[in-house]
Design a protein around this ligand. Sequence first.
Ligand code: S3P
Length: 449
Amino acid sequence: MLNPTINPIESNNQIDLTIQPAASGLCLRGSLSIPGDKSISHRALMLGALAQGETKIQGLLLGEDVISTANCLRSLGGEISDLTAPEILVKGQGLGQFQEPLDVLNAGNSGTTMRLMLGILAARDNHFFTLTGDRSLRSRPMSRVVKPLTQMGAEIWGRQNNNLAPLAIKGKKLRPIHYDSPVASAQVKSCILLAGLMSEGQTTVTEPAKSRDHSERMLKAFGADIHTDSETNSVTITGGNTLQGQSVIVPGDISSASFWLVAGSVVPDSELKLKDVGINPTRSGILDVLNLMGANITIEKERIVAGEPIADLWVRSSRLEGCEIAGELTLRCIDEIPIIVVAAALAKGTTIIKDAAELRIKECDRLSVMATQLSRMGAKITEHPDGLEIQGGHPLSGAEVASHSDHRIAMSLAVAALRASGKTTIEEATASNISYPNFFDSLQQVCCW
Ligand code: S3P
C-alpha cells in the first residue's frame, strides 16, 4: 500500500473521513506550500475595500472564512475580483462609503469577519445592517466588541443583552475612546481600530498582553496614522486619514503549518519543508513550544515580505518531551493548542497548558473537545478551567471521533490518527476547508513508506 487510506464517507451533507495508517513504516516527506494566512487575508480584503484606489492581493487564502468576508464586502458594494485567480483586485470605495445591503450579512463560521465587520459597520452613519453567522458563531460572545462600540456611540442589538448574533447595527458618527480591554484579543483590538479609523480624533486600545499585530502592520502600510506603545500594550489610531490601496503578499499561515510541524515531528523518519510561512513574533509561539519539547525544526531564508516576517521551515522527526505552556506563550500559540495537545499526548512526560480559557469560546470549546476526543483514542488528559494536563506516552488507538465542525480539531485529530493503531473515523472532517482547503490532499501527497 502506498499511502494511508483516507476514505471520505458522505452522509447528511457532511463528509466523515477514515484514516488507516498501515501497521508500520509510514513517514512524511516532501515540500509543501502552505495556504495564505487567514488573519492577514481578512484584513487585506477589508482594508482594500476601505482604501482609495486599487489593492492587489497575492496568496489570499481561499478558505470558507475568507470567502465569508469577501461576500459581506461585496454585499456592501465592495468590488472584489474572482477569488480563485492568483492575484485578486479590490477596488476600494474610500472610508465610510459602504452602502446599505439588501439582505442580512452572513459571516458564516468566522469570528474575525463578524467582529472586524462590526467595527466598520458601526461607523457607517445613518445606515442599517444585520449580521449573522452559522450555529457556532451565533453562540460566540460579541459583547466584547459591542461594549466598546457602544461607548463610541454605536447602536447594536442582539440576543442575550446584545451579546449574540444575529445582530442589528445602526451606524453612527462615532466618537473616539480610550478602551482598556479586559482581554488580549486581536479581534477586539482590530474592531476598535477600524471604528477609530472612521471617527474624528484619537482612539486608543490597551490590552493586558500583546495580541497578534497584523492590523497595526497593515493599517500602517495603507497609510493610517497609527502608533504602538509596547510598554503599555497600547495602540493609537487617528481617525479620518484616507487609506491608499496597496500590493499585499499574504504569507503562508503558521497556524496551518503547525499541523505539519507536529506531524513531521511525531511520525518517525519524516522530513518536511514548509515554504514561505509567516513567522510574525505575535504568532510564532508554536515554534517556541516545539523547541521546548525538543523538536527538530530549522528556520531558513528569513525575510520581510509586505511588512510581515516570513521563512521556510524544515521539520524532521524527533522524540518530543512534555513542557509547560502559560501566559504570553499561550497567547502566541492560542490557535495551535489543539495540535499541541496531540504533540503532548505523543511526547514523553507531562505537558501542562495554562491561561487558555479563551479556547472555550472559539469555534467550539476546544479544551473540552480535544480532551474528550483524544481520550477516546487512549490519551490521558485532565481538564482544568483554563487549560489541560496531558500525561504523554500512552499509545493511541483508532476510534470514531468528532470534529464538532471545528477546522482545527478536524486536522489535529487527523495528525493523531497517523500515530494511532487501527482505523480512525473523523466526523465532519471537511470542516478543514474553513482555513485549509486541500489539507487531506496534501496529507496524501506527503505520506510515504
Ligand atoms: C484572530 C485573532 C485570534 C485568533 C483567531 C483569529 C484574528 O482571536 O484566535 O483565530 O484574525 O484577529 P482573538 O481575537 O481571541 O485574539
